[in-house]
Write a protein that binds this ligand. Structure first.
Ligand code: 13P
Ligand code: SF4
Length: 319
């Protein structure tokens, strides 16, 4: 603990010296989330991370999350230095949607508006008309559907299915999934609900349809934390990355929070409700990147100009 405290103090000092602010996702380690809050940074979902980074006056952003979050920050604030604890932290959705294959798919359907999830590369965003995160996807797609537009949706097929079912929009879906949320199992969840009949079920829409259908609330990370406070149930079964429990438990200190079951067998499940790439962020590599200034995000300018259009549309969209 004394060592951890010294590390935190070193980071506080470096943040001041480097005119830097820490922007962290809810799936990062509690120590990172606590430090981000305490030092005037932010802990939030991917949409609010983007807003916060673009509005904050610090000249350096330290983005603790996965690569698309750092790229989004750089696309929106090219004048800022954007560093990540590690550039290795990717996302299975980003990996599952290579820009050249995606562009070829879009070219086959020129009559369709292209909507992509924020969990994509800058090149995929540059090919899109709209970027959305899970907190705003339903509203944006309902708006486009209302204008009679037919859509391409990429890359998360579960979120795409969910949005399609709820808006009735005509959507062609790319076939990719999040390796964390794809593991939640409806049958085991049904069994767990029998043990806790008083529980509400909170589900991130990257989860399979069978799990989403059992939910009392479906939403982005920040929407799930809100639902934990507004639903009256004393117990919450939560189908998203378990790192969210840190902020959720702060929001509802008297409620019991339980992880939704994954494959049911720790030996076979690939992720066990914690994103392996989010887990690459730690206090030590935050300190290192502040000292060395490496692990910097760069986005090629033509790509950036393409991607900023579709991202800015999302930020300007009024729900
Ligand atoms: P949120 O936008 O809900 O924070 O989700 C980001 C993410 O990567 C979920 O797996
Ligand atoms: Fe990507 Fe899933 Fe990790 Fe989120 S939890 S960053 S969607 S792999």
């Amino acid at each position: 603990p004394a060592q951890a405290e010294a590390l935190k103090e070193e980071i506080r000092e470096l943040l001041r010296k480097e005119d830097a602010v820490l922007v962290a996702h809810y799936y990062t380690a509690p120590a990172i989330q606590a430090l981000a809050e305490e030092t005037g940074g932010c802990v939030s979902d991917s949409l609010e991370m983007a807003r916060f980074g673009s509005r904050h006056e610090a000249s350096t952003l330290i983005v603790a999350g996965v690569r698309f979050m750092g790229e989004t920050a750089k696309i929106l604030s090219p004048e800022k230095r954007v560093l990540m604890p590690t550039l290795e932290a990717t996302c299975s959705l980003d990996l599952g949607c290579p820009a050249d294959e995606f562009a070829a798919f879009c070219d086959q359907h020129p009559d369709r508006t292209v909507v992509v999830y924020a969990n994509t590369s800058a090149a995929v965003k540059a090919r899109a008309d709209w970027v959305v995160t899970s907190s705003i996807a339903l509203d944006v797609v309902a708006h486009l559907h209302g204008k009679g537009e037919k859509l391409i949706w990429a890359p998360d097929r579960h979120l795409g299915d969910y949005v399609q079912r709820n808006t009735g929009a005509d959507m062609l879906l790319w076939d990719s999934a999040c390796i964390v949320h794809d593991e939640f199992k409806a049958k085991a969840l049904e069994d767990l609900r029998k043990v806790y009949p008083e529980a509400a079920i909170l589900v991130h829409p990257e989860s399979p349809q069978s799990v989403v259908e059992m939910a009392d609330a479906v939403g982005s990370t920040s929407q799930l934390i809100k639902a934990a406070t507004t639903l009256p149930n004393p117990v919450m079964i939560v189908a998203t990355d378990k790192a969210i429990f840190y902020k959720m438990q702060q929001a509802v200190p008297d409620k019991l929070l339980i992880e939704a079951p994954t494959s049911g067998n720790g030996a076979t499940c690939r992720s066990c409700a914690h994103c392996p790439w989010m887990a690459m962020n730690g206090l030590a590599n935050i300190r290192d990147v502040l000292v060395r200034g490496d692990q910097e995000i760069f986005v090629e300018e033509t790509l950036r100009q393409g991607a900023v259009r579709s991202l800015q549309r999302m930020l300007d969209f009024k729900v």
